[in-house]
Design a protein around this ligand. Sequence first.
Ligand SMILES: Nc1nc2c(c(=O)[nH]1)N[C@H]1C(S)=C(S)[C@@H](COP(=O)(O)OP(=O)(O)OC[C@H]3O[C@@H](n4cnc5c(=O)[nH]c(N)nc54)[C@H](O)[C@@H]3O)O[C@H]1N2
Ligand SMILES: Nc1nc2c(c(=O)[nH]1)N[C@H]1C(S)=C(S)[C@@H](COP(=O)(O)OP(=O)(O)OC[C@H]3O[C@@H](n4cnc5c(=O)[nH]c(N)nc54)[C@H](O)[C@@H]3O)O[C@H]1N2
Ligand code: SF4
Ligand SMILES: [Mo]
Length: 708
Amino acid sequence: MAKPLLGTLRDMTGGAEAVTATREVATHCPYCALQCGMTLRATPEGKTEVLARQFPTNRGGMCQKGWTSAELLDHPDRLLTPLVREDGALRPATWEEALDKIAGAIGRIQDEHGRDAVAVFGGGGLTNEKAYALGKFARVGLRTKNIDYNGRFCMSSAAAAGMKAFGVDRGLPFPLSDIGEADTLLLVGANVAETMPPFARYLTEQKQRGGTLIVIDPRLTTTARQATLHLQPTPGTDLALANALLHIVLSEGWIDKDYIAARTTGFADVRRTVASYWPARVERMTGVPVADLEAAARALASGGKTIILTARGAEQHAKGVDTVTAYINLALALGLPGRPGSGYGCLTGQGNGQGGREHGQKADQLPGYRKIDDPAARAHVAAVWGVDPDELPGPGVSAYELLDSLGTPGGPKAMLVFGSNPVVSAPRAAHIEERIRSLDLLVVSDFVLSETAALADVVLPTAQWAEEDGTMTNLEGRVLRRHALREPPPGVRTDLAVIAELASRLGTGDRFTTEPRAVFEELRRASAGGTADYAGVTWERVDAEDGVFWPCPSVDQPGTPRLFVDTFATPDGRARFLPVEHRPAAEEVDAEYPLYLTTGRVLAQYQSGAQTRRIGPLRKAAPNAFVEMHPDLAARLGVEHGDEVVVTSRRGQMRAPARLTETIRPDTVFAPFHWGGAARANSLTSDALDPTSRMPEFKVCAVKVELA
Ligand SMILES: Nc1nc2c(c(=O)[nH]1)N[C@H]1C(S)=C(S)[C@@H](COP(=O)(O)OP(=O)(O)OC[C@H]3O[C@@H](n4cnc5c(=O)[nH]c(N)nc54)[C@H](O)[C@@H]3O)O[C@H]1N2
Ligand SMILES: Nc1nc2c(c(=O)[nH]1)N[C@H]1C(S)=C(S)[C@@H](COP(=O)(O)OP(=O)(O)OC[C@H]3O[C@@H](n4cnc5c(=O)[nH]c(N)nc54)[C@H](O)[C@@H]3O)O[C@H]1N2
Ligand code: SF4
Ligand SMILES: [Mo]
């Protein structure tokens, strides 16, 4: 369906008085992976207004973060000039000075310590064009293997599990609209009512059609309140729970034998493994009553359209990949993936969390979701980049391992950060902050002085979403267009311009462009033939067709809203069952640290809070961190609602007011991770990593709580 407004900078008064005219563009929210459609309008008074827009995903809805997003554009905290550190303090500098300083330091550090001594840390909020350019810059401009990004902290466990089972990782292998039509919907560790509010429309629709909603969460969240059935396990026990559900499905004879025979391999091993997860045993492991396990299994096996979705609650564990695999096993045994209206999916989180993991800012990856250690992939991408495949570095290490190695003997001495605030968001953050402080050179590109930027040697002020063109790929794998409403303020440059300027100082300027469309055209070629194939996606098509789903190998191909209908992306076309065993969390509670801590989000703040903590209405809605606990626990601790408490783990402390609520398990406390300083939840969290995805265990560690 063509949209006349899309893609045009519309002058509503006819062009003559362009300065005083109202202009608007159709674009998408800068924050989460739902990428709600919004109209941005510049008024003659110089204000920027946000209007919700009808788009197939948000259907005219938006959340408070989206509504207020434009407040950061002309915010007093906005960085409008580069900053360089002198005598310990940051001072304004010209672009020439800042870029020369960076290039000079990179040259010296690489001469002395080798190419890998410079690291790059990217983000899942960057457009496809920027993520692609950043990965290329690391491999071609810096020739370092050390690049990774915050997506490791996000959906990497589901991505790895999806790759193993289906041969491809696309968060949702079907459009969002399927969710509203599901007869049974299972949400595992997903609080969509707060993390993707317009998503609630699909839950309402599903309910109105008489569907069953099952939510698995240690807290009775706003989402769980809407559920037909809420299972409230101890954090970190989802794997056992999934195996129990499959155990019941098997013993009741509810499996889809024809599907298993025709479309999968490996079922026998899984059948053997789940045999020992009988419900009474799993009730003891998880705290979920047998009757609830049975009711959930029955609903899932009811034979209608059934969808299983996981998010960070199930995934951010040192066994996140195996946990997701357990839910995929359940989905396969029920014959869901590829069946119309049914399936398994992961709810990707960041604005471009999906695209951000496809174009090469991940340590082991090249564009098109190619593997960097695959000779054919290297040859293809090297040809697009005009370099010798042997010149491309090999795989680097994952985000946490990279941060943990900064400044250590043999580790990177410099790091360039684009689109992340790890001082607040990385696990075991006090330690990571210390590693970051030990660098010889820290460069941060941001539009505000985030906690990480505040430690930098050079800060580069970058353009915001309303000031740049490009594409984002939402949680459905739908490529969307970001449209610029206005120019960046004077003194501010785009990330693409920074990358190109640095490359030119390092001698490879001819390989980089500041033009997002040109970058996208190159990305199309680099991704062609890869798993995430964008060859047939053009900016024009994206506008005209309400986005294009990858893979889309050619311009005359419609894109692929639904995957797995006939085949899986594995070599034999079959999905793989993989047996997985439950194991305890990396850190279990004991006499000294008797409580589980789990962490997550609140509606009005986004991620490390660098953006949303600066926006008045959001600050009002969610002014500070808190420690959520059950009144019974609070009584034992002598804590009352609003009292300051100190939470201590083996790694550090956090201080915030207690929030008493009966909606959480009495053995568990919850803290949001959106704040830094004394209220930083990540001072507590564990750096235990999943062996495959290298995802940190953000969702469970052992703590004690005391009155401050
Ligand atoms: N308001 C807001 N929205 C956001 C974001 C934001 O920062 N703020 N960030 C975006 C991003 S990047 C992401 S990744 C998504 C994340 O979206 P979600 O995954 O929905 O968010 P979380 O709050 O991290 O975790 C979801 C739930 O997991 C539960 N949980 C904790 N431990 C466990 C466990 O062991 N098992 C189970 N089953 N559940 C557990 C928590 O109680 C929490 O309610 O949100 C996106 N949207
Ligand atoms: N305890 C705990 N910790 C967690 C989680 C959890 O559930 N619990 N969740 C994890 C997850 S899922 C995620 S995704 C991470 C996210 O955590 P971070 O990676 O810290 O994410 P943001 O806060 O979005 O940081 C983005 C930064 O980049 C800036 N920025 C935004 N867009 C751009 C851009 O286009 N260019 C540039 N140069 N800068 C930009 C913003 O102003 C901000 O300072 O946190 C992880 N940390
Ligand atoms: S749900 Fe996500 S994309 Fe939509 S307005 Fe809120 S933050 Fe933006
Ligand atoms: Mo995320």
